[in-house]
Every structure is written in C-alpha cells, then in structure tokens.
Design a protein around this ligand. Structure first.
Ligand code: ADP
Ligand code: MG
Length: 586
C-alpha cells in the first residue's frame, strides 16, 4: 500500500459513492426523513408561538375558536414526531447495514487482490485493521453528515433566522449559548480522542496479561511453568496503572463538563433576562416569549446531539480514510492473462528484502528449474528456503532481479491467476476448522473429484483415523482434533488435490519422523511425474530422490548439483548428511 494522504473531500466523495451504490433508495429516504424532521421541528416552534398568543387573546376576551387551529396543528406535529423518529430509526439501521455490507464486500475483494508481501509489513496490517473498522464506521459517519446537512443545519439555521428576524438582538442568544457549547464540546471531543490514545496501549497490555492466565492457548504452559502468580501480578499492576490513567482522564473530562454546564446556564439566564425585558417593554408577545424559550432548549439539545454525532462521525471518517486508501490504491486485478506453470522457471539475479528489514533474505539468486523436474532445497533454519519458494511461486516479488516462467516475467501477472496451476503446502499450513473433506477441497470446494486419491497419495486413511469425510477437524466445533503428523498429511492431501503443474512442499513433514518423511517424498515424486516439484527440507536423507539439490546459506545458494555430485564434492551437503546419518540407522 502506498503512503499517501487522502483529502477529506475525496474521502467524502467516495463515501457518498459507496453508500449510494449500496442502496440509492435508502440514501434518498434518509435525506427526506431528515428534512421532514427538521421542518417538523420548525413548524412546532411557530405553532407554539401562535398557540400562546391565541391563548392570551382568548383569556383577554377573544373567541375561543381562535385556539383550535394551533392546537390541532400541534396535535398533528406531536403525532408525526414519533412516526418520523421511527422512520429515522429504521432508515439509520438500514443505511448502516447496506452501506457497511457493501463496503465490506469491496474491502474483502480488494484484500483478495493484495500481494502477500503486503501482509508482512506490520504497518500495513495495522492499516488493514483500521480499514476494516472503516467499513463498519463509515456509513455512520456519512449518516451523521447527511443529518447535519439535512436535519441539524436547516433546523438550527431556520430558528436563527426566525429569532433574528424578530429581534436582531436575539442573534446574541446564539453567541451566548451556542458558541461556548460548541467550543467546550470540541474540547471534550479532543479529550476523548486523547483518552483513547493514552489508554489504548495500557488496555491492550492488561488484556494480554489476562489472556496469559485465562486463554486456552496459554493455559497449559502457564500451569506447567507455575507462572499463574507471575501473570496475575503483571495483570493487577497493569490494571492498576490502567485504572489510574482512566480516573485521571475522567476527572479532566468531568471538569470540562461542569464548566460547560455552568457556562450554558449563565448564557441561558442572560437570554432569559433579555426576553423578560422585551416582554416587560411590550416589544414581544407572550407567545413569542414561549416560542423562543422553547426553541432555545430545543436548539441546545439539537446542538449537543449534533456535536456528539460529529465526534462519532470523525472517528468513523478517520478510519474511512484507510478504507478509501485501500480501495483507491493501484488495482492490479485487471490483468487476467494466465501463465502456464508447466514451463522452465528462471530466477535471474534475484534479491529480496522483507519490508521493515535491512538484511537481504535472498542474495543474487540465479537458478533455472526445468519443467517437470524435482528440486530439493536444503539449508539451516533461517537460510532463506521458505522465502525462496515464495519468490518462485510469485507470492512475493523480488526487490531486485526477475522471475520468469518461460520467457515471461512473473511480475506482469498480478491477479490470483498468477497462482493458477500451483499447489503449495506451507511450513505453517492452515488447520481449517472445517470438515476433513472441505479441508482438502478448499481450493476448489465445488469440485466433484473424489478426495480419496489425494488422501491415499498423502499416506493417510480417514478410516484409520476413525473419522469420516464430514467430520469437523476441531473439537471446538463438535468434531475431532488430529495430531500434528495427521494434520500434515491432510495438508499434503490438500496440496495434491489442487490441480497443478508446479507443487511446492515447504517442510510440511517436520512432525513426521525422518524415515516416514523419506517415504512421503518418495511417493510424492511418483505422483508428480511430469510436474515441476520443489521440496524444502532440513533432513538430507529425503533429498536423494530429487533431480537436483541446492544448498542455501544466509540467503545464498552455496552448493548445487545432484545427490551424487554433491557427495563427491564433499562440501557442506556432504558434511550435513554425515551429521544426520544416525537418523536413518535402524
Ligand atoms: P528458512 O525457511 O530457510 O528457515 P526463511 O526464508 O523463513 O528461512 O527466512 C530467511 C530470513 O528472512 C531469516 O533471516 C528470517 O529471519 C527472515 N524473515 C523471514 N520472514 C520474515 C518476515 N516476515 N519479515 C522479516 N524477516 C523475515
Ligand atoms: Mg522455512
């Protein structure tokens, strides 16, 4: 993802675009219901003026009929208010669900087209998380903006015009009451932001320590190491700090809040004094007095609601910027050409550095893998084996150099079509909490092809594990757990099930014993006749069968050849094999 600032206008424009596309009707209904509520509010104030004036007139001798009309209108308004509120409530919920659903659809679609390298960057992961929040908050943010434009603003403005048209001096009402409210609300909003900022880290820590005590994945070690007391202490300390910070900030917020209320009261009293003065001088009627009095408390409430809504909207919109950035970034998904994986693979002067890392994980790799042959990659932990396979498969693009399939550079092919015809079993393969069958068919879930063949070749029999293909592979979801070795075979079956011209096995056999591993590789080689296969292992006994072997060290290829050639060479491969020989002795 590119680090570029996105203007508020652009965020807003996109937000309108997304929500409009999600449901134009909802958008229109939201605008109409907002306008409706604001007109109703204004009508209420005018009617109150008329009602009070009529009441005074009736009291001083006018015909009682005079009061009927404003009473009827007010009755209508009082009935319509809850109806409007109900409509607003419905449309709010609908607006959120449709908008958020649509944005999630865009968001997930976009992630599907992202490069896996982007997930290696912690900053990106953070941004993605915020973009996820954005897809949840954005519709609320926009809803508030629509309501500000079509509900709060027209209402407040029409009342202001009304007040000023009666007495320009009443314009001060706004200054006296609303400006302090506005400023203090803004301060409060800022405090809330700071609050989240300051507290978030402490909260996360406290929760983490609690997890060390309570959660399933930590429990057994916590018990075994008898570290319950230690974590409990960490938790209570962290929690105490958290509470202290919380109270300190809450106190500050409370102070602002009290100040705000005092200022409000002072402003309100001054306006009241002004009104009493006008009535006393006879320059405004009792009806107007009542209407203004009523309108001030209405506007104050409206103002508070608007400002707290704005606070919510700002948070929503801040996160939306991440979503917009994600969605509006370079979209490489357009390239749909598929590239055949049944071709020679060439790596030319390939270097690779992980984001946020200074060290090169791969240095000047030159390698050709002939189509249909097998390659074994060996080397110590951290020598770059996994990274190399990811570069070969196109999961990562090299930072220097080029990877070609035939004569076509791979980085031209961006879409998921890039991975057509490639099967991979990763070192850290996923254990889906799905049925055994779905675990194997995950790459083509609707396929009718049987899974037996793949299971067979991976050396696993569901019957022997006493499970069915429908058994969920997780006790959590009412199924059964498998051992590490059993899982590895399921993962291998998954790789074999997917149609492929190139298959990569990255140490998927670590939980299987060395002899078994050799067997798996042996059958693997038989299965993949005519297909390009790459397997990574740190056990050299299994590598004999490979057409070619490369030995990696610190991101470089240090030896290369067949098993025989490397044995004759008596270099690193030979030495490693010697040191592991006892694994294969019976
Ligand atoms: P191997 O598979 O041979 O054990 P890897 O390819 O996983 O080695 O790692 C090669 C080097 O790259 C190591 O030094 C490792 O620390 C580093 N590395 C691996 N993954 C990442 C990552 N996501 N971010 C930064 N460095 C990484
Ligand atoms: Mg590895």
């Amino acid at each position: 993802m590119k680090e570029k600032k996105i203007s508020a206008i652009k965020i807003l424009a996109n937000l309108i675009k997304y929500t409009w596309r999600a449901s134009p009707a909802t958008f229109v209904v939201l605008v109409i219901s907002s306008l409706f509520m604001s007109s109703l509010g204004f009508l209420e104030i005018i009617t109150i003026e008329e009602l009070f004036d009529s009441a005074v007139n009736v009291a001083t001798g006018a015909a009682v009929e005079l009061i009927y009309k404003p009473m009827l209108v007010l009755l209508g308004i009082l009935v319509l208010f809850p109806v409007g509120e109900w409509l607003e409530y419905l449309v709010r919920g609908y607006f959120w669900r449709r908008g958020s659903g649509y944005m999630k659809f865009l968001h997930h679609g976009r992630i599907n087209h992202m490069r896996s390298i982007e997930f290696e960057n912690a900053a990106n992961i953070d941004e993605l998380h915020k973009a996820t929040l954005g897809s949840e908050d954005a519709p609320n943010g926009l809803r508030v903006i629509v309501q500000i434009l079509f509900l709060y603003l027209p209402y407040i403005l029409s009342l202001m015009v009304y007040l000023v048209s009666i007495k320009p001096m009443l314009g001060f009402t706004i200054v006296l009451i609303f400006i302090p409210t506005l400023i203090l609300q803004l301060i409060r909003m800022r405090q809330n932001f700071d609050f989240e900022d300051k507290i978030a880290n402490r909260r996360r820590k406290t929760r983490y320590f609690e997890r060390c005590i309570l959660s399933k994945e930590y429990l057994k070690e916590t018990f075994l190491n008898d570290s319950f007391g230690y974590f409990y202490q960490l938790f209570t300390e962290s929690n105490r700090e958290f509470s202290k910070a919380l109270i300190a900030i809450k106190k500050r917020i409370l102070k602002t809040s009290v100040l705000m209320k005092l200022l409000n009261a002072a402003g309100f009293l001054s306006v009241l004094a002004l009104l009493v003065y006008y009535v006393y001088r006879g320059t405004i009627s009792i009806g107007l007095f009542a209407a203004i009095y009523y309108s001030i408390s209405k506007i104050t409430n409206m103002f508070r609601r608007a400002i707290s809504d704005i606070g919510e909207a700002l948070v929503g919109i801040a996160n939306t910027s991440f979503l917009v950035r994600l969605l509006e970034g370079d979209d490489r998904s357009g390239k749909k050409n598929t590239i055949s994986k049944a071709q020679d693979i060439h790596l030319q002067d390939v270097c690779f550095t992980y984001p946020n890392s200074k060290e090169k994980a791969l240095k000047n790799i030159n390698l050709t893998i002939k189509a249909g042959t097998s390659l074994a990659i060996v080397g110590e932990n951290g020598s770059g084996k996994s990274t190399l396979t990811k570069i070969i498969m196109g999961l990562y693009d090299p930072t220097q150099g080029v990877v070609k399939y035939g004569n076509k550079p791979l980085n031209y092919y961006a879409d998921t079509s890039r991975f057509n015809g490639i099967s991979a079993v990763f070192q850290d393969f996923v254990k889906y909490k799905l049925s055994a069958e779905d675990n194997i068919k995950i790459s083509n879930i609707t396929s009718k092809a049987m899974t037996e063949d793949a299971l067979d070749k991976a050396g696993v029999s569901l019957a022997n594990l006493s499970i069915h293909s429908e058994t969920i592979l997780s006790r959590e979801f009412g199924g059964q757990d498998l051992s590490g070795g059993e899982w590895q075979r399921i993962a291998i079956a998954r790789g074999l099930y997917r149609p492929h011209d190139l298959i990569v096995l990255d140490e998927p056999t670590a939980a299987i014993d060395p002899i078994e591993e050799a067997n798996v590789f042996e059958s693997f080689k038989e299965i993949s006749v005519g297909k390009t296969s790459i397997f990574v292992t740190h056990r050299l006994g299994s590598t004999k069968i490979a057409d070619r072997i490369i030995v990696m060290e610190k991101g470089e290829i240090v030896e290369e050849g067949t098993h025989k050639e490397l044995m004759i060479l008596e270099g690193r491969y030979h030495a490693l094999l010697k040191s592991q020989a006892q694994w294969y002795e019976h």
